[in-house]
Write a protein that binds this ligand. Structure first.
Ligand code: SF4
Ligand code: SF4
Length: 500
């Protein structure tokens, strides 16, 4: 039965569960002495319309990006991986097209998370829970799993009947098939995720299927795939209602001009069942068909007002629009609109949606600033860095010629693809000389240190200083490193220890 036909004859084809919901518009409360309401499984009904189409498109786009991502190649010079998006855990690096992040640059990741958070707040201020309703992975995979369920077990009423019926071959077969397809999707999700951590996806796939991959890879597939199976197959709306923290504080980002899904109470009430002689000029437009509740993936009755369970997916807007068209009534009884617009329409003074307001201006400024800072920092960042570790035991060694010697572990991060030679000198302590294990044979004031491209060069350096140059237990010592080819230089301040 179509949505519109069911609206015209709402009692037809209803299950007991529907009766409870449709008659009162609320979930039936189980007769129990328990303090807690019994969990009611949600059986979302299919619907077509603008928001449903947008959800299909967004789902298709996001799943394509997720599964295709690891296969995109990006030529990089030298021995660097050619995978456009790659997280190299053993090498402790991350690659994203032309951007390469070393462990020392993890603050870029923080910057990225800040940008994502501001963008999310911005989207919420403009269009409410648009992320939750359309792009959140929980929504996307739940949608996909419900689609599979519908294809195998049938429309909402068939699924309810199947679940309430006795176990027989038909029920068992459908449940096994459905769970098999869910598991296959979950496996594909787990494998797709693991490919982002491996440099050559086709080799990684071959290893996975011939059981030659590492235990960590199988562990990641099990955790991510298992999570997908449980969250999208069983937990579903409970993740949004009970587990997701974002739902709790997103209202702080909204105001009366943010677009949200609402029911036009002033137009819909008093609601009543449809009858052939219904005069809609004398009653509310809601025919109490319950379709808005039946299509809702979280089981919300939006006619009761804005609720935390509403993820803003707009499916009830589609459902109600179909019903309204059937009765030649204006659509938008349930609408994706701002509260301010709704109030204006109730007073017959509709206004255009106000997109530019202090809150959105603030988010725009902050977003542009943070993006600008990140871009400038990425484009101008140095590709040379040093780390110096002063030897602690012993702090210093008095030498037979009267000088004092300190040891350092000196690391040069050559973040360029080419092999480079670096000139190292010291500043700050008069008469300091250096010996580098495996590089110099006698104390020198200046030493040339070679480091391969895209590698960390580690050197053991002994600095000796005449005792007369020291005027206390510690002196400031500065290492100066210059890339011989490019002239790029970096200084590192440390201490030179001596006797009291
Ligand atoms: S709001 Fe629309 S879909 Fe929901 S019960 Fe009323 S008429 Fe039906
Ligand atoms: S009430 Fe409407 S917009 Fe909200 S979650 Fe349910 S179907 Fe989606």
């Amino acid at each position: 039965m179509s949505v519109a036909n069911e609206a015209a004859d709402p009692g037809k084809g209803k299950t007991k569960m529907d009766e409870g919901r449709v008659a009162k518009g609320v979930k039936p409360v189980a007769k129990t002495n328990s303090m807690y309401e019994q969990y009611q499984k949600i059986y979302p009904r299919s619907v077509s319309g603008l928001f449903r189409n947008i959800k299909w498109w967004v789902m298709g786009l996001l799943l394509t990006v997720f599964w295709v991502g690891p296969w995109i190649r990006w030529e990089r010079a030298g021995a660097a991986p050619d995978q456009a998006i790659f997280i190299d855990l053993p090498g402790r690096k991350a690659y994203f097209f032309f951007i390469e992040i070393w462990p020392q640059e993890v603050y870029y990741l923080t910057g990225l998370l800040i940008i994502a958070a501001i963008a999310l707040f911005y989207a919420t201020a403009l269009a409410g829970r648009v992320w939750c309703g359309f792009a959140c992975f929980q929504t996307v995979f739940t949608d996909l799993f419900v689609w599979v369920e519908r294809k195998i077990e049938g429309e909402r009423n068939s699924r309810i009947t199947l679940d309430q019926g006795k176990v027989n071959a038909n029920k068992l077969g459908k449940k096994i098939l459905k769970n098999g397809v869910w598991l296959a999707i979950s496996l594909a999700v787990g494998i797709g995720f693991s490919l982002y951590f491996q440099p050559v996806p086709w080799e990684a796939l071959a290893e996975i299927f011939t059981l030659k991959a590492s235990a960590a890879t199988y562990g990641a597939i099990a955790v991510v795939g298992g999570g997908c199976y449980v969250m999208a197959g069983f937990a579903r709306e409970q993740v949004c209602i009970y587990m997701c923290p974002y739902a709790r504080f997103q209202s702080a980002m909204m105001d009366e001009h943010s677009l949200i899904v609402t029911y036009e109470q002033w137009r819909g009430e008093p609601r009543g069942k449809y009858s052939k002689d219904a005069d809609f000029s004398q009653r509310g437009h809601c025919v109490d068909c319950g379709l808005c509740v039946q299509v809702c993936p979280t089981g919300v009755d939006i006619r009761e007002g804005t609720q935390i369970g509403c993820i803003g997916c707009g499916l009830c807007v589609d459902a109600c629009a179909t019903v309204m068209k059937r009765f030649n009534l204006p659509t938008d009884l349930i609408t994706y609109d701002s509260v301010a617009n709704q109030n204006a329409r109730a007073e017959k003074k509709p206004e255009p949606t106000k997109l530019i307001r202090p809150r959105t201006i603030l988010y725009t400024v902050v977003l542009v600033l943070v993006c600008g800072l990140m871009a400038t920092s990425l484009l101008t960042r140095s590709r040379l860095e040093v780390n110096v570790l002063h030897e602690r035991s012993p702090l210093f060694v008095p030498m037979s010629d009267g000088s004092i010697r300190n040891g350092y572990t000196f690391k040069i991060l050559n973040m360029e693809r080419t092999n480079n030679a670096f000139v190292l000198t010291t500043r700050g302590v008069e008469g300091a000389t250096m010996e580098v294990l495996g590089v110099t044979e006698r104390p020198v004031k200046e030493v040339l240190l070679p480091v391969e491209g895209d590698r960390v060069g580690s050197f053991r350096i002994y600095v000796s200083v005449p005792r007369a140059s020291l005027h206390g237990p510690t002196s400031d010592l500065e290492f100066v490193l210059i890339n011989k080819g490019t002239g790029e230089s970096v200084d590192y301040d440390t201490l030179f220890a001596g006797p009291h």
